[in-house]
Design a protein around this ligand. Sequence first.
Ligand code: 13P
Ligand code: SF4
Length: 301
Amino acid sequence: MQKITEKIRLLCTEKNAVILVHNYQLPEVQDIADFTGDSLELARVSQKLKCKVILFCGVHFMAETTKILNPDKTVLIPDLHAGCPMADMITEEQLRREREKHPAAAVVTYVNSTAEVKALSDICCTSANGVKVVNSIEQEDVIFTPDKYLGSYIERQIKNKKFYLWSGYCPTHMVFSKSGIEKLQKAHPTAEVLAHPECRIEVQKIADRICSTSQMISHAKTSKASKFIICTEIGMLYRLQKENPGKEFIAGSHNAICPSMKLNSLEKVLWALEDMKHEIHVDETIRQKALKAIERMVAIP
Ligand code: 13P
Ligand code: SF4
């Protein structure tokens, strides 16, 4: 019997498809990727692809961002229910009202958001480039949505701007606590603490470094440290360990599991390619507006 991974690879050739996989995906899904990365890297990679079909293994907003950037390609997601609760913490209507309250402010929106919210924003950012993005805008006032923790991290790096932070957050990153990390630090005194900016502020403050998921990978490779306490979704540990076999990676919490990210199984990847489902569609007017905010971000080196 043909192995599922062989079937997937054959279908990719047959359908001229490329598989993009986010760093939080299940190990077996990461292993069949053409490209693995964080939100920013995958958005950048998608623009350079010559294929007809992109199968995006991640959550809905990531596949939607890929569709916005690649309107002529078919973009598929293995499970349509793979949403991001943080992205749903602000609606188009709520952002419209927030803009009316602060008319002089620029709206900076984390890519973890819907296409409709992006369309109402001046520029997008990811966890990898938030500080650069906010520094690139002229306005002194900034409405930052939807993640209050990423927003607060950026605010602490930039002194000359006034921030209005939306109150969204990631439930998965809320499980990391200051006391939990301090216990791990006592048990592993030489370990470096790497935290995603979606973590609570008190966790960010005791971390040695705040990084996007791919920045964790590049830092782990070059750092002199041989042990790391990782404060982000548990799927990260697989890639970190695989690419750094001589180093040790300790989970900041074993409960940091994003249920949506785990919906994309290898079977669903196969079915998605067999049946060309589930296709991502974005209304053209919304797409054009959201594209401006994403392209403005992608253009920042
Ligand atoms: P990255 O952009 O760092 O990959 O993060 C995306 C995300 O959803 C974090 O929870
Ligand atoms: Fe959304 Fe959090 Fe899951 Fe990232 S880890 S996709 S922010 S719910």
